[in-house]
Design a protein around this ligand. Structure first.
Ligand code: UD1
Length: 429
C-alpha cells in the first residue's frame, strides 16, 4: 500500500489549481441513470471514488467514455466523461461494489425512478459514525416506493412509477436531499422537499437536472419543489470547484505560512471557513483567478468552531482545522455536530505531540509551538489530509500510511503541494 513521506518546515508558495468537486461529481454521474441519452460531464476530478463509481455504473450497463485532452488543456484540467445509460441491464448494485463507497447507494433513486425497481446493498464508506440510510428510505417510501431490507440489500419497487409527495426531513441530510431530488424528477406530480440540504453540490446537481429537462426550483434553499416530467434527456454540465479541497489548501497555507493562489476556487462556496481562517491570522483575498491565501509573520490565533450544514463551517474541514489549531497561540474548542465519532484524527494528531482533549462532541485543542514528525495512519478521507497538514509544519519526517483514503478525495495532492515548495513524495508498495 502506498505511503506518503513528508519533511516539514517549508512555507508554501505558488499556485494550486482546484479540481472539480468530488461531492458533486458523484451524484452527477449517478444522475446519468435517469436518461437514455448521453450526459456529458466536464471538470470531473481524477479520483479513486470516481473510478469506483464508474465500475458501479458499468455494472448497470452504463457506457462511460473519458474524452482525451484537447489542445490547450492544462495537465490539471479535470476529465470529460460521456456517460450513456441507454440500456440499463441490471438494477442490482452488489455488496462488493457498494460497500467501498457510501455515495454509490444513491443509485437507488434513479434506478427506481426510471426502471421502477432497484436492489442496492447497504453502503460502506468512511468510518465516521453509523451513517444510516433511514431518511433516504423514508423519502423514497413517501414517493410511493415499496421497500424491504433482506440479506443486507435494500429492495425497492414502484411498479406504477413514483408519485410526487411532501418530504420533510427531520434533520438536514445531503444524501437524503440528493436521493429525494433525483427520484422526484421522474415522479408523477409535484414533490416538495423541506428542510433540504443547501450545500452547493445539491444546487449543482439540480442545475444539471434542469439542463436534462427536469423542473426543479428552490435548490440551494431549504425548500425544493420538483414538478415531475415523463422523460429526461442528455445535457452537458461542468462540475463546480471543490470547496473542501479549496479549504484544505487554504488551511495548509495558514499552517505553514507563505503565499498561495488557489486557482478556480470560488469564495462563496466556503465563506464560513474563510472567515474563520481570517480570524486565525491568515489573509484571504479574492481575485479573478480564484482566492489568494497568505500568512506572513503573524502567528496562528486560536478560534472556536462548530460544524453545521451549509452555509456553516463544513464538517469536511473539521479535521484540517483541528490540525491548524494544534499550533495556535492558545486553546480552541472545536465542536462536531454533524457526525458522531468524527474525531478519529485526534489520536493520530497526538503522535505529532499535539495536545487535544475530547469532551463529548467537543475537542479542546491546546496549541503548542512545535509539532514533531511521526509515523501516522489515516482512518478516513478528511482525517488523512489533516495529518498531511500537521506534517507540513512539523519538525522532521512524517510517514503517512494507508494513503488510499487520500486518493479517494484529493487529486494529485503530493504534486500540488510539492509544486508549492513542500517536501512530499509518494512511496509505492
Ligand atoms: C455528504 C458528503 C460528506 C459530508 C456530509 C455532510 C458526499 C458524497 N458526502 O455525506 O462528505 O461530510 O454530506 O456535509 O456528498 N443521516 C441519518 N439518516 C440518513 C442519512 C443521514 O441519520 O438516512 C445522518 C448522518 O448520520 C449524519 C447526518 O445525517 O449524522 C448528515 O448526513 P448526510 O448529510 O446525509 O451526509 P452524506 O450525504 O452521507
Amino acid at each position: 500500500m502506498d505511503r506518503i513521506r513528508i519533511v516539514g518546515g517549508n512555507k508554501l508558495n505558488g499556485t494550486i489549481p482546484i479540481s472539480g468537486a468530488k461531492n458533486a461529481a458523484l451524484p452527477l454521474m449517478i444522475a446519468s441513470l435517469l436518461t437514455d441519452e448521453t450526459l456529458i460531464l466536464e471538470n470531473v476530478p481524477r479520483l479513486a471514488d470516481v473510478a469506483q463509481l464508474q465500475r458501479i455504473l458499468g455494472n448497470h450497463g452504463v457506457d462511460i467514455m473519458a474524452a482525451g485532452k484537447r489542445p490547450g488543456d492544462h495537465e490539471y484540467q479535470g476529465q470529460t466523461l460521456h456517460i450513456s445509460a441507454a440500456n440499463i441491464i441490471d438494477t442490482t448494485a452488489p455488496y462488493e461494489l457498494v460497500s467501498r463507497m457510501r455515495a454509490s447507494f444513491w443509485v437507488i433513486a434513479p434506478l427506481l425512478a426510471r426502471m421502477h425497481e432497484a436492489k442496492v446493498s447497504l453502503p460502506g464508506g468512511c468510518a465516521i459514525g453509523t451513517r444510516p440510510v433511514d431518511l433516504l428510505i423514508e423519502a423514497l417510501e413517501k414517493l410511493g416506493a415499496d421497500i424491504t431490507i433482506d440479506g443486507g440489500y435494500v429492495i425497492a419497487r414502484a411498479p406504477g412509477g413514483l408519485k410526487g409527495a411532501e418530504i420533510d426531513f427531520p434533520k438536514v441530510t445531503v444524501s437524503g436531499t440528493h436521493v429525494a431530488l433525483m427520484a422526484a424528477t421522474l415522479a408523477k406530480g409535484t414533490t416538495v422537499i423541506t428542510n433540504a440540504a443547501c450545500e452547493p453540490e445539491v444546487l449543482d446537481v439540480a442545475d444539471c437536472l434542469n439542463k436534462m429537462g427536469a423542473r426543479v426550483s428552490g435548490a440551494g434553499t431549504p425548500r425544493i419543489v420538483v414538478e415531475g416530467v415523463t422523460k429526461l434527456h442528455g445535457a452537458r454540465h461542468t462540475v463546480l470547484p471543490d470547496r473542501i479541497e479549496t479549504g484544505t489548501y487554504a488551511m495548509a497555507v495558514a499552517m505553514t505560512g507563505g503565499d498561495v493562489q488557489l486557482n478556480g476556487a470560488r469564495p462563496e462556496l466556503l465563506q464560513a471557513a474563510l472567515d474563520v481562517l481570517t480570524e486565525a491570522g491568515a489573509e484571504i483575498s479574492v481575485n479573478n483567478e480564484g482566492i489568494r491565501v497568505t500568512r506572513n509573520g503573524a502567528g496562528i490565533r486560536p478560534v472556536n468552531v462548530s460544524t453545521s450544514p451549509f452555509p456553516g463551517f463544513p464538517t469536511d474541514l473539521q479535521a484540517q482545522f483541528m490540525a491548524l489549531m494544534t499550533r495556535a497561540g492558545g486553546a480552541s474548542h472545536i465542536t462536531e455536530t454533524i457526525f458522531e465519532n468524527r474525531f478519529m484524527h485526534v489520536q493520530e494528531l497526538a503522535r505529532f505531540g499535539a495536545r487535544i482533549h475530547l469532551d463529548g462532541e467537543t475537542a479542546i485543542v491546546e496549541g503548542i509551538e512545535t509539532l514533531r514528525g511521526a509515523p501516522v495512519m489515516a482512518t478516513d478521507l478528511r482525517a488523512s489530509v489533516s495529518l498531511v497538514i500537521a506534517a507540513l509544519a512539523a519538525e522532521g519526517e512524517t510517514m503517512v500510511n494507508r494513503v488510499y483514503h487520500l486518493d479517494r478525495g484529493f487529486e494529485r495532492l503530493e504534486d500540488k503541494l510539492s509544486a508549492c515548495g513542500a517536501t512530499i513524495e509518494r512511496l509505492s508498495g
